[in-house]
Design a protein around this ligand. Structure first.
Ligand code: FMN
Length: 190
């Protein structure tokens, strides 16, 4: 199984990094994990030029081309991210915008893309009722663009200090349980 794990925070070793590492802990050595860290990559923003709608190819030649290939070949894709102003941090959002080329290939150029499954982990500092609504929608539509079925999310409110989620044993257990089901159960919708 090919697993693509996207670390969405610009803070290395923070809460969402811890969550993703725990989520990946049940992965068997026979499976492959590709880790993507948008905040450490150099790539341009989507220009909105629409060339990909006709050609299925992005006019910008940078690292995102490799990311797109990893996403197309994946069996499972996971995003883990903090909430920044009720959305994703900007580098992750820029990577998502660049996946418009995949959406064009699937929906405009009618290319059959391999089916995959996707999952979201997210964390925010406050208790806002609608805290995760934006990132859940963005994840659903990002995943759908490359035929990746949204399977669910594990989200936590009230964590702000670096890696303090490590002190919440119940949170870590919930993440591991969801991961086991996401990776190794037939019926994965969580
Ligand atoms: C630029 C910025 C914007 C943020 N916006 C929000 C927000 O809108 N709502 C919220 O609950 N927390 C917000 N936070 C807090 C983070 O979501 C929180 O600290 C999270 O645990 C950080 O995860 P990380 O350690 O993986 O980076 C923000 C933090 C930063 C740095």
């Amino acid at each position: 199984m090919n697993i693509v794990a996207i670390y969405g925070s610009p803070r290395r070793g923070g809460n969402s990094d811890v969550m993703l590492d725990v989520f990946l802990s049940p992965v068997q050595p026979t499976d492959t994990i590709i880790r993507i860290i948008p905040s450490e990559m150099k790539f341009s923003q989507c220009k909105g030029c629409r060339a990909c709608e006709k050609t299925g190819v992005c006019v910008i030649d940078d690292e995102i081309k490799t990311v797109s290939n990893h996403l197309l070949q994946a069996d499972r894709v996971i995003i883990s991210a903090p909430i920044f102003f009720y959305g994703f941090p900007s580098a992750l959002k820029a990577l998502i915008d660049r996946s418009q080329v995949l959406w064009s290939r699937r929906y405009l150029l009618k290319e059959e893309l391999k089916p995959k499954k996707g999952f979201l982990l997210a964390v925010g500092a406050t208790q806002g009722k609608k805290l995760f609504e934006g990132v859940i929608l963005t994840s659903r539509f990002f995943f759908d663009g490359f035929n990746c079925e949204y399977q669910g999310e594990v989200v936590f409110r009230g964590f702000d200090k670096k890696a303090e989620i490590k002190n919440c044993q119940a949170c870590l257990e919930e993440i591991k349980k969801a991961a086991q089901k996401f990776f190794y159960s037939e019926n994965t919708i969580i």
